[in-house]
Design a protein around this ligand. Sequence first.
Ligand code: ATP
Length: 254
Amino acid sequence: PETDLLLNAKDLCKSFGGIRAVDRAAIQVARGSITGLIGPNGAGKTTLFNLLSSFIYPDAGEICFDGMPIQTLSPYRIAQAGLVRTFQVARVLSRLSVLENMLLGAQNQTGENIVRALFRSGQVRVEERHNRERAMSILESVGLAAKAHDYAGALSGGQRKLLELARALMPQPRLILLDEPAAGVNPTLIGQICEHIVEWNREGISFLVIEHNMDVIMSLCDRIWVLAEGRNLANGSPAEIQRNPKVLTAYLGE
Ligand code: ATP
């Protein structure tokens, strides 16, 4: 039933000049699930994430989050409603501390919005004790507490991805869109990141994950949606997707 869907988007279209990056695509995330979004390079996955999080607006289509249409809301309002995202290349602010990055997350700011907010306010509001405690407890759980006062720029690429993931938890989201959480991350840290995702999922957070690492996708996800050339190619359980001939052809044809 519709009410089991935390995210339900359909007929989404987005063109850039002559390129139809997303072409009447649909995506659904069941409440409590870890859903995967896969497809060959250029399939439109990141564009779909940009649409779902209002970083760009669709030419057509509908996006419902928890039954509410959100396609005209700003990224800030969407984050407030409980939907946050991460980026393919982690967007942490290098010249702020790890803790300050976390506190920006608490203000429901994501990506470019963080930078805009910084310029507007002239400084980061670091005084809220409650947020500070919450931030430290999340940093503790991901093993970054000892680095709380280091510059985020001093972290390794993998640790930045971990920080971005940790920051996404700050506004207490119900759905997190993860754009390639394993890309450029060493195997040990990939394992840890996956464990955190599973643990937070058990605590009630749903995930939609773009990932090229098939081991990660197949082991994490309950359901997988496949995009190719901006269109829905298939969706199903990991086992169904792995043996779907259309999916195999789309990847081999790359
Ligand atoms: P990858 O797996 O390589 O990250 P993807 O599935 O995320 O790819 P998108 O990045 O969404 O794919 O790109 C889909 C198509 O839209 C590509 O042809 C890309 O070149 C094009 N595209 C995306 N963003 C823009 C933009 N801002 N301007 C012009 N073309 C764009």
